[in-house]
Design a protein around this ligand. Structure first.
Ligand code: ATP
Ligand code: MG
Length: 216
């Protein structure tokens, strides 16, 4: 079995997340893609995060109707910060060791990986599928893998991605590029600008109903 996971703060979830997950699920024949909202993201302490309940509810609305997508509260059940290495270890013990996990990450997030807690261990636990995001260069990916993870990662264009004799593969996939981010959506909402067509209409309606992101 192959399962994809997509972690994030999802504040709020948008079409960039959904489309990337859908395309990777197709390309890798994944039986499921699990969306895992971070309860206490180690990197996002500088701003006030929307409550887990709101972020969860928006994900429920966005994922409804796609049988391949699932939602996991695994990081909200654990006390303390949400570290991916702990989530993956826990998932592997729940799903069984014969499940291959494909960790879907945007290039921006992947380049920041060396700042993650015990990040090197991740390369023994799961494959990565790195998807491009506008404004981030793929050349940096090569440099980061070699300096921060292992010099023995080699690019293979047949894959396409980086293979290693012992570690899992780091796949690189082009998905439909969407210059959409949650930060942009929060900013637009706060300025009273339209966010229509950037995220599912149900999520947009929820934002206004609940008065999220300080709409003026
Ligand atoms: P913020 O602007 O608050 O950082 P975000 O849009 O980057 O939000 P996150 O919840 O931080 O969303 O991202 C979760 C994961 O989804 C990360 O791996 C990120 O790189 C990826 N991602 C987010 N937006 C896109 C997009 N438009 N295309 C591809 N991947 C994306
Ligand atoms: Mg982000």
């Amino acid at each position: 079995m192959r399962a994809g996971i997509l972690g994030g703060t999802f504040d709020p979830v948008h079409f960039g997340h959904l489309r990337a997950a859908e395309e990777v699920a197709d390309a890798f024949d994944l039986s499921t893609v699990m969306f895992i909202p971070a309860a206490k993201p180690p990197h996002k302490e500088e701003r006030e995060l929307t409550s887990f309940t709101h972020r969860w509810r928006m994900l429920e609305l966005a994922l409804a109707g796609n049988p391949r997508f699932a939602l996991s509260d695994i990081e909200n059940r654990r006390p303390g910060k949400s570290y991916s290495v702990e989530t993956l270890t826990q998932l592997l013990s729940q799903l069984g060791q014969d499940v291959f996990i494909y960790f879907i990450v945007g290039l921006d997030a992947f380049l920041a990986l060396p700042t993650w807690h015990r990040y090197r261990e991740l390369f023994a636990l799961c494959h990565f599928v790195v998807v491009a995001r506008p404004g981030y260069s793929l050349a940096k990916l090569d440099a980061m893998l070699h300096t921060a993870v292992s010099e023995r990662y080699r690019y293979d264009e047949q894959v396409p991605g980086f293979v290693h004799p012992e570690h899992r593969t780091v796949y690189v996939r082009q998905v439909t590029l969407m210059d959409i981010s949650s930060s942009k959506i929060r900013e637009y909402v706060s300025r009273g600008r339209s966010v229509r067509y950037l995220l599912p209409a149900e999520v947009e309606a929820y934002i206004y109903e609940q008065g999220l992101y300080g709409r003026r």
